[in-house]
Design a protein. Sequence first.
Length: 263
Amino acid sequence: MRVCVLASGSKGNATYVEGGGTRVLIDAGLSCRALERRLAEAGLGDGGLDGILVTHEHADHVAGLARFAARHGLTVYANEGTAAVVERQCRLGGTPPPDFAVFESRVPFALGGLTVTGVRVSHDTAEPVAYTLDDGAARLGYFTDLGFVSREVAAAFAGCAALILESNHDPQMLRASGRPFALVARIAGESGHLSNDQACEALAAHCPATLRRLVLAHLSEECNQPAVARALMARTLRGIGREDLAESLLVAGQDRPLPPFEL
């Protein structure tokens, strides 16, 4: 399996996954042109993609979805709640909605050579999901935009060779950000985003023995710092005897793709 985080943060999210002879994007939160540019920067060309998986309908995950899917002739995979809202957003914006393949959350389905499962998460959208993708040789877990790590999410960590895990904000920086109280409460709440501390607690409690690569994702540019998130997680990993993960730890950013990695 080959994985490349093209962009991660509040201004746009997209991740490329290749496995089992199948190539997909998770989310398309950049413009069509920007997505094409990021794929080229990562040495992936247009990827010869087979589809797009959508986690939820917020703009930073679907901004370029309809146009990119139409331009490249791609089917969009989403659950019923997310598909319905994205379709309505497209029609209100005067854009033809993409062709959807609707799946049921928690039920694995085949997308070419990948087995995909939508994992239910707590976020303030219609029917948000995280994902696991399995090509028979390795499993990737993609977990961003979740207010807390539920039993379902923790169980989905099991067997993963790589995790892309949200580490959105530093609680003190969030409180001192000057943002309206309602926004701070939303981000920090159970339908918001994982803090650095919550991400660390999740790995300390549920790090699978199979894990070989960890990527911290969806960092807030205003309420976090990559060095802070990295240091906290590295300390946590060393504390549970996973020096290997601490040394290879990656932090995804907004402005450029991470180097692709293999599983």
